[in-house]
Write a protein that binds this ligand. Structure first.
Ligand code: G3P
Ligand code: CA
Length: 258
């Protein structure tokens, strides 16, 4: 089964940034904890200054690393991810901010190896990096990793920067894509999605109502909703026909044990 076939189902639970209420987000620990308790995992990727794809959400390092405590980086505020080389990023701790346990940097490559070895589905969200890197450079880097690991049938690529999605489709049409949309969206969303040639729409919880969801589903788009941390809301969404939800709180939807 590939990710598109998975999106024919409903009731799917996506581990948002891994099991981020249980382990530090976007780390190998947060991926490992999710296994067996979700239908797919979601991660965020960005490029280091020298072109390695790393797994991290914010465009700065302060919230989820120990960068501010390292003397040699004191002058590098606001600690933009795109200003740091892979070697520098590798020297940081990505876990102590969460629960005091050191956790190394996670790369996209390591993530793809992990999902391949464990037969998992992965939603790769490409963060908007257009101020630092060309769209072509970003998309080439992501697609190269997917091809290198031969995981075309295990991934869904999403982004708020929709230019990336059109480029992905042009270059690797077999890999499914999802447009991330939030409150402010184009008047005619369906027509717009068609122009992007995406397969799915990952929409914000605020945007997901009966009409929007039913229109998308009828037009053949997969619909996933972020971020849903309440069981009653998840039930409501699935009844509308939503395929999957992203949750921070895997605990709510399974008997996860750590
Ligand atoms: O992909 C869904 C969701 O992750 C988008 O928002 O800010 O949590 O990356 P964010
Ligand atoms: Ca994300």
């Amino acid at each position: 089964m590939n990710f598109l076939e998975l999106l024919n189902r409903t009731g799917l639970i996506g581990a948002h940034r891994g099991a981020r209420y249980i382990a530090p987000e976007n780390t190998m620990r947060s991926l490992k904890v999710s296994v067996g308790f979700c239908d797919f995992i979601e991660i965020d990727v960005q490029l280091s200054s020298d072109g390695t794809l790393i797994v991290i959400h914010d465009d700065t390092l302060e919230r989820t690393t120990n960068v501010a405590e390292i003397d040699e980086f004191k002058s590098r505020k606001p600690y933009k991810v795109s200003d740091f080389s892979f070697k520098e990023l590798s020297s940081l701790d990505y876990g102590s901010w969460f629960d005091g346990h050191v956790e190394p940097l996670l790369t996209l490559s390591e993530t793809l190896q992990f999902i391949k070895e464990n037969a998992l589905f992965l939603n790769i969200e490409i963060k908007d990096m257009h101020t630092f890197f060309s769209d072509g450079q970003v998309v080439s880097a992501v697609l190269k990793e997917i091809q290198d690991w031969q995981v075309q049938n295990k991934v869904l690529i999403s982004s708020f920067r929709h230019e990336y999605l059109s480029l992905c489709k042009e270059r690797l049409p077999d890999v499914p894509t999802a447009a991330l949309v939030q409150e402010k969206h184009t008047e005619n969303l369906l027509e717009y999605l068609k122009t992007l040639k995406v397969d799915a729409c990952n929409m914000s919880n605020e945007l997901a109502d009966k009409e929007n969801v039913s229109n998308m589903r009828k037009a053949g788009y997969g619909v996933n909703v972020y971020t849903v941390n309440e069981k009653t809301r998840a039930k409501e969404l699935f009844e509308m026909g939503v395929n999957g939800i992203f949750t921070d709180n895997l605990d709510l939807f399974s008997n996860i044990k750590i």
